[in-house]
Design a protein around this ligand. Structure first.
Ligand SMILES: O=C(O)CCC(=O)C(=O)O
Ligand SMILES: [Fe+2]
Length: 374
């Protein structure tokens, strides 16, 4: 049974990059090269990247734009707002979409039932990688480390446990037919997004307290966890992500000034964000933005301290074997005129890799090296 371990050996390696400056000095995602990791962080910002002014961060007074799905086909205003969201903010919330609250609650219930099982039952379905199908299975607390920029000292990894349903080429074949939610989601979104591959993930942030002074603890696991960071600061790997967070909240986005901005919980809304692959593919036109999850603040949410958090991300991508290279569609930075969005002076177009290679590279970095996957 392939156990998943978090490998923190590189963090103790003196040759690793020196720790970054403390929060909130984290640079915006735009100032990082694409597909970077903690070991090849840039020392300079790419000159071709323009950071949005704070005033541009949102419309209608919203920090994170709220887009009305039901208006998108007919309203130019909504379309403009969406364009602003994907090119300037990298994040938006989608409301009035066809996924019902009942379906969302159904999946949350399934997630709670799955994660509520004895550990043995969960590790019996441990994560494995099947070529062409991505990663499927369970991973435990601290297995994934999304603290991509090493913002956190002595970080053990994210406190979430998760279940990946793998990368499916056929949208209609995502899960068991009984799982109405994913099928309806596919039908609803397939008409809007023609992505051939989607990965559904269930996440459970283990917030059961063990007297850690109001901070998250993992008493059940015998590990005291005193960090307020539940999922480290990172950018997403793929094209774009649709995520349902629950009322616990805690998702935050890094704005152009380096300040963390809350993505407020809107009942039934999906949070949508652009990933690095789409940023690269659009020659930097679409923005992939740094985000993280913080342990919820009781005062803000009014929820009891030890309420666990369930989130349901869908990761949308092209087919695994599709080669991904930058397209010359960014009027600000046409390719060939210093358009590279990385700092290595390698033209973006020369970074041609398949979707699967890009995703697996990032995946294995986030999970460390001891997971026994190819
Ligand atoms: O759980 C969340 O709200 C965010 C998770 C996330 O950012 C991710 O899995 O990439
Ligand atoms: Fe993410």
């Amino acid at each position: 049974m392939p156990a998943i371990y978090y490998d923190d050996s590189s963090r103790n390696d003196p040759s690793s990059p020196s720790p970054p400056s403390p929060l909130p000095a984290i640079p915006h995602a735009h100032s990082y090269p694409l597909f970077n990791n903690t070991h090849d962080r840039p020392t300079t910002s790419p000159s071709c990247v323009e950071l949005p002014a704070l005033a541009d961060f949102g419309t209608d007074g919203e920090v994170i734009p709220v887009i009305d799905f039901s208006q998108l086909a007919s309203s130019e205003r909504e379309q403009r707002k969406l364009f602003h969201a994907v090119t300037e903010v990298g994040f938006f919330q989608l409301v009035h979409h066809p996924i019902t609250q009942e379906m969302i609650e159904g999946v949350q219930g399934e997630a709670a039932a799955f994660f509520g099982q004895a550990m043995g039952a969960k590790t019996g379905l441990a994560l494995s990688n099947e070529r062409g199908h991505g990663v499927r299975g369970y991973f435990g607390t601290f297995s994934e480390n999304l603290d991509q920029y090493q913002q956190e000292k002595d970080y053990k990894g994210d406190i979430k446990e998760g279940f990946d349903l793998g990368l499916e080429q056929a949208l209609s074949d995502l899960t068991d037919p009984e799982h109405n939610y994913t099928h309806t989601t596919n039908d609803a979104f397939a008409s809007l997004f023609t992505c051939p591959a989607v990965t559904l993930r269930l996440l459970h942030y283990v917030y059961s307290t063990n007297g850690g002074g109001g901070r998250a603890g993992c008493g059940d696991l015998g590990v005291e966890y005193k960090k307020e960071i539940a999922c480290g600061a990172h950018t997403d790997y793929g094209c774009f992500t649709l995520l349902h967070q629950d009322a616990t909240g805690g998702l935050e986005v890094c704005d152009a000034t380096g300040a963390w901005r809350e993505v407020p919980y809107i009942p039934n809304a999906f949070v949508v964000n652009i990933g690095d692959m789409l940023q690269m593919w659009t020659g930097g036109l679409f923005k992939s933005t740094v985000h993280r999850v913080v342990y919820y603040r009781e005062k803000q949410t009014g929820r009891p301290k030890d309420t666990d958090r369930y989130s349901i991300p869908f990761f949308f991508n092209p087919s695994p074997y599709v080669p991904v290279e930058a397209l010359d569609i960014n009027p600000k930075f046409p390719l060939g005129e210093g358009a590279s969005t990385n700092t290595t002076n390698t033209p973006v177009a020369a970074q041609k890799r398949t979707c699967e290679e890009i995703l697996m590279d990032r995946y294995s970095k986030a999970f460390g090296t001891k997971q026994g996957r190819a």
